[in-house]
Write a protein that binds this ligand. Structure first.
Ligand SMILES: [Zn+2]
Length: 222
């Protein structure tokens, strides 16, 4: 089973990808994991990635695809895999399909759909402890005492990235990139849309249920 999991920032995508991978007994990976791993191992691709990341530039799609394909080609991936948040753009999706070929295409693309309103609420509610970096959320996991870390009593603050204006821009970029990607996979007939607005548990159940149905069941609730 070869699965791609698409979802917005702040939707707990990493956790969901892990649950889906566990349910299928396969591995998951994100492009961020691969960047880190290759840099740590000091591979040629890792050094190349470093030259972009160190000057704050985007890693070119070709380099990212090379890493993803290298990971997919590992014998451990014969039973399948979950790609977490990759491909991110239409160009990456087409490149990935080109490299996988007709013999071993992606079977199912799970798309966790979340409204702009809900995304805004999730992303602007994030707080971090200034001292120990423990994350909190105003609505989902608030500290016992407002503005204060439960573990160390440190001040809680909002990262610049999580300020309303920055969040608005991130969501816009996400929508601009994701809509063509979703349309592309929908046209290929392997897209399964999941309502990504429930609790972590509900969304995980919906994702796994969709896969057990062979990825064909319409699980989206209106
Ligand atoms: Zn703290």
């Amino acid at each position: 089973m070869r699965v791609v999991l698409l979802g917005p920032p702040g939707a707990g995508k990493g956790t969901q990808a892990q649950r889906v991978a566990d349910a299928l007994s396969v591995s998951r990976v994100s492009s961020g994991d691969l960047f880190r791993e290759h840099r740590e191992r000091g591979t040629e691709l890792g050094r190349l990635v470093g030259t972009y990341m160190d000057r704050g530039a985007l890693v070119p799609d070709e380099v990212t695809i090379d890493m993803v394909m290298d990971w997919i080609d590992d014998p451990d991936r014969r039973r399948g895999f979950v790609l977490d948040g990759f491909p991110r753009t239409l160009a990456q999706a087409k490149a990935l399909d080109g490299r996988l070929g007709r013999q071993e295409p992606i079977d199912t693309v799970l798309y966790m759909d979340v409204s702009v309103e809900e995304l805004t609420r999730r992303l602007t509610g994030r707080l971090l402890c200034r001292e120990c970096q423990t994350p909190y959320h105003e609505s989902f996991s608030p500290p016992s005492r407002e503005g204060e870390c439960d573990h160390c009593g440190g001040d809680l603050y909002r990262r610049t990235d999580d300020m309303p204006e920055a969040v608005g821009r991130r969501i816009e970029v996400y929508k601009d990139q994701t809509e063509p990607l979703v349309a592309y996979y929908r046209a290929r007939g392997n897209l399964v849309e999941i309502d990504g607005q429930g609790s972590m548990e509900q969304v995980a159940d919906a994702l796994i249920h969709a896969l057990r149905q062979g990825g064909a069941a319409p699980t989206r609730q209106s």
